[in-house]
Design a protein around this ligand. Structure first.
Ligand SMILES: Nc1ncnc2c1ncn2[C@@H]1O[C@H](COP(=O)(O)OP(=O)(O)OP(=O)(O)O)[C@@H](O)[C@H]1O
Ligand SMILES: Nc1ncnc2c1ncn2[C@@H]1O[C@H](COP(=O)(O)OP(=O)(O)OP(=O)(O)O)[C@@H](O)[C@H]1O
Ligand SMILES: [Mg+2]
Ligand SMILES: [Mg+2]
Lengths: 226, 226
């Protein structure tokens, strides 16, 4: 469902070129549960932005569900992003003057779901993440870990077939982090493909495959928790 | 150097009162290295904001270096914040359209340090955090962990006597996180007081005292890594 061939991504130009990704080849099948690990700055979030159709590679081809992303126009890319993919961002990106409930309901409203049904589904997802009692609060009224859980709820509420999670437990204590991992594991068992970036080795162990990045390159790709 | 007596902090009013902190008594002596742990939403960042003079309690007294913060006017509070305290924020709060170097130099400029000297000290601190090669880049051009390291550099560049670190390794891989903890341990050995919030038990073990929060209350306070 995800395929990258000879993918590179560089930033900057002339004197200061940064090779965020450098010749990456990668295949992820439907239903896999993959952890991406590596040092700070090694290219993990950059890779995930390419998979999530939020950025385009400088070189190489990225395919999602067999479709070469460079062949899709913006309308089709947006459709893919909104209907097939749930993205949990490293820095959350919650709408600031908006309640937790509205933040989570937003992707459903974009799909044309009626407001009443969207809010019902949003509340149910917030409940799964222990956040239903704070549904009427905005991001500035929530702790770091509470904001993270709202971001997770928003990514999952549309029941995507591909979940991209960038450090989904970074701001959570171990008990709350385990609840999130239990939820992701449950979704994976239902057939949903999960690609997860983490610095936490206990989290990485719960995936079935581990890809290690270093300086924009894949240095190891092992199946079975190690 | 930090003293809290019967401190409470509530948000909201009428129907939805949130007791972020509820009757907290705490004494931290000069030179201590304290870890604050607890579930997401238990009041850790709220407590740190009160210690860091960024917020006032709803009840009780907060004293820094023997001074009751409620007795200080805004000018004296700002002076305390800028000269004695280094704050590493959970969400970094870097200036957006500003380079890493300028972000780190800013607290020195506020103290009246000349621009040339401020930049020299800023670059040296960025170097300690492995970020000197990215000094001319702004936050949007940096990875999550790189932004975190710039935020750490900024908090340390003024050589504060009290460091308040809210999840300082949250976005870092374990090797980079260890470098940051080595640096904090070194500063503590020089006599600097460190109060650190973390969800990472390996990080908490490096402190000499652990305070656990739950629902805004201190439920345990143990000396010696456990
Ligand atoms: N401005 C605010 N308005 C309403 N509630 C708030 C506000 N700021 C914090 N809170 C609430 O106070 C409680 C404690 O928040 P705090 O940020 O201190 O938690 P924390 O322990 O740092 O959590 P985390 O580990 O998730 O960062 C939480 O329930 C939070 O939602
Ligand atoms: N817009 C940009 N301009 C310049 N460099 C960039 C930009 N975005 C990312 N980079 C650089 O690309 C490299 C990879 O960044 P990326 O965010 O993918 O790292 P990461 O592995 O997610 O790191 P972390 O674990 O710290 O989040 C880093 O050196 C980063 O500074
Ligand atoms: Mg990242
Ligand atoms: Mg917090």
């Amino acid at each position: 469902v995800v395929e990258m061939s000879k993918v590179s991504k560089t930033f900057g130009d002339g004197t200061s070129i940064i090779r965020a990704l450098d010749g990456v080849d990668l295949k992820i099948e439907k239903g896999e549960f993959v952890a991406i690990v590596g040092p700070s700055g090694s290219g993990k979030s950059t890779m995930m932005n390419l998979i999530g159709c939020l950025d385009r590679p400088s070189n190489g081809v990225v395919k999602i569900a067999g479709e070469d992303l460079s062949m899709l126009n913006d309308k089709k890319l947006t459709e893919l992003r909104n209907y097939a993919i749930g993205f949990i961002f490293q820095s959350f990106f919650l709408l600031p003057k908006t309640t937790a409930l509205e933040n989570v309901a937003t992707p459903l409203l974009y799909r044309g779901v009626h407001s009443k049904e969207a809010k019902k589904k949003a509340l149910s997802m917030l409940k799964k993440l222990g956040m239903s009692d704070r549904a009427t609060h905005g991001p500035t009224e929530l702790s770091g870990g509470q904001q993270q859980r709202v971001a997770i709820a928003r990514a999952l509420v549309t029941e995507p077939s591909l979940i991209l999670a960038d450090e989904p437990t970074g701001a959570l204590d171990s008990a709350t982090g385990k609840q999130v991992m239990d939820l992701l594991t449950e979704l994976n068992q239902e057939g949903i493909t999960i690609v997860l970036i983490t610095h936490d080795l206990d989290v990485a162990k719960r995936a079935k495959r581990r890809i290690s990045l270093k300086d924009g390159k894949i240095i190891s790709d092992t199946k079975g928790a190690a």
